[in-house]
Ligand binder design. Structure first.
Ligand SMILES: NC(=O)c1ccc[n+]([C@@H]2O[C@H](COP(=O)([O-])OP(=O)(O)OC[C@H]3O[C@@H](n4cnc5c(N)ncnc54)[C@H](OP(=O)(O)O)[C@@H]3O)[C@@H](O)[C@H]2O)c1
Length: 362
């Protein structure tokens, strides 16, 4: 058997998703070489604290990080790791060392990634994102990434389900998307399931935070902004150059609680329990935090979904429905587990494999 084609990968962000990606890279080396004749060779590994860059390959280092209980910490403690590099510096160093036709993987949650990723595309590199932010920025900068043949981002929306690939398939085969609706947050899905069971809003939020289901500041989930980014990405991929401002986003807490400290916010929460229960009682039905988008914009809000498929969601499950010209008898729906770091990493690896097989960047 001939040697597999080695494709350089630049991994930006070695946290939960980046670490799981390295693990899956190690686990699949033999299979991918045998089945597709490709191998992925990390040439840069970076987080905010440290970076390793070596055009000749960092496979052993990547294997060691993958085997570590805390790959990010292990990277920071690696011998020869460089400090103080930005992600753009890391990309430039790779280019300076003669790395060609690489794939840059954004597994950060960082703002400001649009410029380095655009630079990567200028260098002829492919780009795979788990990070939603560069795709959800102003269309002027984010537009570059949609429908670019070297950019993939399956992991950004309901990573455990084939959502982006299904949407691409619909668009690429000439279907016309009319509307997209979904329950896109595992965390808010969990919350809604508990509300449905009759638990008080404040109890549910506090418990979800204690279990680590929410961000350290639960308002990052409850604000709906993460869901808004996801549905914006879906809308843009459907072909609509909309902005975040075209979405009405209803947070799950009153505006006056937006600026409080986290402690004060948690302490004040029981005060909204009554309003919340009254609101749900008045509307009736099953509460779900839903996102909906069409060509002109959309709405992200708590809704009562009655008999619809979303009412069957349990816990952290996600659902997406595509209304299209071709599926005119009812939407094409995708339903199943919400994302975790392993399914997100698998989506990233699948995207890398797509770019490798398409031979566009390799
Ligand atoms: N976890 C999931 O289930 C999941 C699912 C789907 C999508 N995602 C998305 O995947 C991305 C990563 O999530 P995660 O759970 O792996 O987060 P995480 O554990 O917090 O890891 C984030 C990583 O990015 C690094 N980072 C942040 N800013 C950076 C910068 N400016 N330059 C270089 N590195 C930077 C962090 O470095 P330090 O450690 O040094 O801070 C860390 O290594 C996020 O965008 C998230 O929304 C996550």
């Amino acid at each position: 058997m001939s040697e597999p084609r080695q494709i350089p990968v630049i991994v930006l962000g070695v946290g939960q998703v980046g670490g799981a990606f390295l693990t899956q890279l190690m686990q699949t080396q033999t299979t991918l070489a045998a089945r597709y004749g490709v191998g992925f060779r990390p040439v840069a590994l970076a987080n905010t604290r440290a970076a390793l860059v070596d055009a000749s390959g960092l496979l052993d280092r990547a294997a060691a990080l993958a085997a570590s209980p805390d790959p990010g910490e292990a990277l920071a403690a690696s011998s020869g790791a460089l400090g103080g590099l930005t992600t753009q510096d890391v990309i430039e160093r790779c280019a300076g060392q003669g790395v060609e036709r690489a794939i840059v993987i954004d597994c950060t949650a960082a703002e400001g990634m649009a410029a380095p990723l655009a630079r990567a595309l200028d260098l002829g590199y492919g780009v795979v994102l788990a990070n939603k932010r560069p795709l959800a920025g102003p269309w002027d900068s984010a537009g570059t990434f949609f429908n670019h043949p070297l950019v993939r981002f399956e992991a950004t929306v309901s990573a455990g389900l084939p959502v982006m690939s299904t949407l691409r398939y619909l668009v690429d085969t000439g279907d016309s998307i009319r509307r997209i609706e979904g329950a896109l947050s595992g965390t808010l899905g969990y919350l809604c399931s508990r509300l449905e069971d009759g638990d008080a809003f404040s109890t549910v939020v506090r418990e979800a935070k204690a279990k680590g289901y929410t961000e350290p500041d639960p308002r990052e989930d409850l604000s709906g902004i993460d869901v808004a980014r996801k549905v914006l990405i879906l809308g843009r991929q459907a072909g609509w150059p909309i902005e975040l401002a075209d979405l009405r986003v209803d947070p799950l807490y009153p505006a006056e609680m937006a600026e409080m400290s986290v402690e004060a916010f948690l302490a004040e929460l029981p005060k909204v329990d009554y309003d919340f229960a009254a609101y749900m009682g008045a509307l009736g039905g099953v509460p779900r935090y839903m996102a909906e988008v069409g060509p002109e914009g959309g709405v992200v809000s708590l809704r009562m979904v009655g008999e619809r498929l979303a009412a069957q969601l349990r816990g952290t499950q996600n659902q997406v429905a595509f209304w299209t010209r071709r599926y005119d008898d009812g939407p094409l729906s995708i339903f199943g587990p919400g994302a975790d770091h392993r399914t997100a990493a698998a989506a990233v690896l699948q995207d890398c494999l797509y770019l490798a097989q398409s031979r566009l960047c390799v």
